[in-house]
Every structure is written in C-alpha cells, then in structure tokens.
Design a protein around this ligand. Sequence first.
Ligand code: SF4
Length: 223
Amino acid sequence: MARSYVREARKKVAPKKERIRPVIELLAAEHPDATIALRFSNPLELLIAVMLSAQTTDVNVNRVTERLFEKYRRPEDYLAVAPEELERDIFATGFYRQKTKSLRGAMQRILEVHGGEVPTAFDDLLRLPGVARKTANVVSAERGAAQGVVVDTHVRRLSQRLAFTRQEDPVKIERDLMRLVPREDWARFPHLLIWHGRRICDARRPRCEECPLAAELCPSSRV
Ligand code: SF4
C-alpha cells in the first residue's frame, strides 16, 4: 500500500471549508503555468496520451506520441497495423502489451459505437476498453466538462497533508474533494496540486519554508 500522509497533519488551522478558496488562489498565483503536461492537438490524441500515461511519466509519453501521432491519425489507423507493430511503437511507455490491447479495444468501440469520434459523455468514456475513472476524468476535464477531480499520487499526498481528506482510497479521496472544491475548479485543482507537489511539496522533503501555504493554511507545515 502507498505511504499515507494523513497523520502528518499537526498544526492548528482553520476548517477545510474556509481554507479551500485561499489555497486554490495562492496555488494558482504560485503556479500560473499549471496545466496538463501531456501534448495533444485533438480529443483522440488526448485520449491516447492519457491512456499511455499509466505507470509512466508525461515526459516519456510525449516522447513516444511525437512520432505516434504522425503515424496514427484516425482510430482506424490503430487497427490497420498488426498488434505487434503498435506494441513496438508504444514500447517505451511500459506495459505495452496491455496498453496495446486497451488502445485497440477503445478504437474499435469508438468506430463501432461512436462513429469514429471520442465520446463526450463520461459514462461513454468509461465504457471504452481500458478507460478507468482517472482517464475519463482527465479527458473530460481537458475538454472543459470536468465530471470529477483527478486523483493521482500528488493529489492524494497533498490532499492528505492539507487535511482535505483522511481517506486512502482514490475513489473516496475524490468524493471528499468533489464535496469541498468548488465545481468550477474541478479541472484546474488537480493541476495545481500536481505542480505544487512536483516543485515544492515533495513526498520526502517538502520545502515548507518556500511554500505560500505554510503560514496559515497547511496543518502539515514544518515551519
Ligand atoms: S510544502 Fe509544507 S506547507 Fe506546503 S503544502 Fe507541503 S507540507 Fe504543507
């Protein structure tokens, strides 16, 4: 099980409902460039990039998709080659056999059920083979229709450190965040936590002395 940060919180701060807006504002000022790091230029590329990003870094995915998106432009292109060829083309993202199977399944359904277009409805996204809630959340948020709050390792850690949740399970963490975060911020909130987690609130050595939340908003602050 992943390390928990729930018990790190110790400093007395205001209730989370009072802290959420100032936290979002301060993080937005600190990370004005906090957006998705995956590169894509249309919904199909977005979906594929997010599917490939499981268990690897965004930088790695971008390296692979630079060529992939030149070669495969439509859903049918992913089905026109032998699975082994697609496996080779996405090899560097890891778990390439499973990812190939998922990509092919998703493309098949997009062609058969959705006329070759990536569906917009959240439930339709979830019905695509290999598309779990996190992927559907990222895709929906980037298309301007967030249906939930994306929870990755940074979002989990920071939500626990900020005492926005006491849960460990991503689905329960998401539920807590959906109750707390204003709906209009569902899409950008995870990006803010992800960038803050990468730049300042490191898993092992959070740099609280540089953190704009340290003074009054974070119960886990070490300063
Ligand atoms: S860096 Fe420190 S103060 Fe800032 S969010 Fe992380 S634990 Fe809290």
